[in-house]
Design a protein around this ligand. Sequence first.
Ligand code: TMP
Length: 242
Amino acid sequence: MNDKHELIYEGKAKKVFSHNDADKVVIEFKDDATAFNALKKAKFEGKGKLNCLISARIFEILTKNSIPTHFLELKNEYTMIAKKIKIIPLEIVLRNTAYGSLCKQTSIKSGTVLAKPLIDIYFKDDELNDPLITKDRIALMNIISSKDLELIIDLTIKINEILKKFFKNIKLQLVDFKLEFGYDFQNNILLGDEISPDNCRLWDLNQKSDTIVSLDKDRFRNDLGGLIEAYSEINQRINNFI
Ligand code: TMP
């Protein structure tokens, strides 16, 4: 039976289709990569499949650790079935190590391990270029209640604890990551989107020297090459561990 219907939404890296069950969606991962709000674009054959498989494994780990997520099951290697959620237009970034925009916007040196995780929240709006946003501005715009915002921040901190430990076991340093949350039909807050090297910075801990070896989308952002090799390495380490 074909349970995939019409295209509901197409993002930069995924397509979302309706499902026979009104409270589910079918999410297809694309091979497209964008950076800097789509100023930079490319296609990497096999990226969609790798991100789908990696995300599915990570959602499973989070579910086992009592984190509510939208993930239900894999349909095939590049498609997953998820609970339908209404995405909250906030990008929650958690940083363990200073890198990327934090170092461009502050005087904190790249690679500094932060004494405690830093949470940066961005307003998800392509036209405005996803600006950094404050709690007061979130309240002013009525995006979500302060209670729900606190719940999302607590979940993000818990997710960091789980993932930092998991990645360390497979010799990866979880530098930072971006999460998106949404409401299901019962108004529960669930983790949505994906968790993959597209939205996490992962550095190889199997290096003898101090040089940073990025196994994530920085390979594309910074023209380092070898993106598929890096994502495959992560997928392999996850599969060897589980
Ligand atoms: P940043 O250093 O560019 O702010 O990125 C922090 C983290 O968030 C990094 O892991 C990449 C991820 N990220 C996204 O997933 N989507 C985005 O649009 C941006 C800007 C960052």
